[in-house]
Unconditional design. Structure first.
Length: 283
């Protein structure tokens, strides 16, 4: 199929992009990042924007800065770059691993972290990873700039707090539990398919008094944290009893309220696998 007709704009600066979007936002204009989600939707005519504002020429949105534990990722940073870059793997190997699970190499070469987070597919690895890091998400428009925490950003299926005239420009975060153990697991019917379920988690480094972090994705209408489980994850955690694990994960899944029995079982299994990858036995 082919998309319906639209006007195409490819501004060279962020300021021009904000102006272009402001002019067409009320009529349903859309922002084009990597296009790996939007272009198929256009071809199936699931969306029919009168104007597309392409961010591909805006170099400042593709910048990536890593300073110690701190990351600043421009929205146009590709998942392929995150998967391949030695500095990313050195600073936060979980992020590089998660990025390597995104689709196929062709998709990773074009798909962007900003586009994935803004699209908010509940199976998206990048959305789950940014939630795990509690990233600060910068949104800009001609009206100004604001920052949303990842925990407040995802509202539901393909739904976020982004307004029609706003562009997601950057994601800032510190590596959670830097230097500690971690696990990332997901299941898809075939390599490159959307995840049916997945889990990402971190444990504190030795000597830290922090608690771990854990996220489940692909099982509800959005990725979500697992706070009951997180309270059990410390630097010294090496084993969880089956009853304690089931109770904590069950409480967290109950709190979401949109998890089917099948997804619940699959999601819990992936959380357990992620724990085992991080060196925590469940028995």
């Amino acid at each position: 199929m082919k998309p319906s007709s639209f006007l195409y704009r490819a501004p060279a600066t962020l300021g021009r992009a904000l102006d272009d979007l402001a002019e067409c936002a009320e009529e349903g204009g859309k922002v084009l990042a990597g296009g790996q989600s939007l272009l198929p939707m256009l071809n199936y005519r699931l969306v029919r924007p009168p104007v597309l504002v392409d961010l591909g020429n805006i170099t400042e949105l593709a910048e990536q800065t890593i300073t110690g534990r701190g990351f600043r990722l421009g929205a146009m940073t590709t998942t392929g770059r995150l998967a391949r870059a030695p500095e990313v793997r050195a600073a936060w190997p979980l992020l590089a691993t998660a990025a390597s699970w995104v689709g196929h190499v062709q998709i990773r070469s074009r798909g962007t972290i900003g586009g994935s987070v803004a699209h908010a597919d509940p199976s998206a690895e990048m959305a789950a990873t940014m939630l795990l890091a509690d990233a600060r998400i910068t949104l800009k428009s001609t009206r100004g700039e604001r920052v949303e925490q990842a925990g407040d950003f995802f509202l539901g299926y393909l739904s976020t707090t982004v307004e029609d005239d706003e562009i997601l420009t950057h994601l800032d975060f510190e590596v959670p539990n830097a230097g500690g153990r971690w696990g990332f697991e997901e299941f898809a019917p075939r390599h490159g398919d959307f995840a049916e379920a997945g889990a990402a988690l971190t444990l504190p480094a030795d000597g830290s008094e922090e608690h771990g972090r854990a996220v489940s994705f692909g099982v509800a209408d959005r990725p979500f944290r697992l706070p009951s489980l997180e309270t059990l994850l410390t630097a010294s955690t090496g084993r969880l009893s089956r009853g304690v694990f089931n109770g904590a994960v069950g409480n967290d899944f109950d709190a979401v309220g949109t998890v089917t029995a099948e997804k619940r079982d699959m999601g819990a299994h992936l959380v357990e696998r992620a724990l085992r990858a991080a060196g925590v036995a469940v028995d």
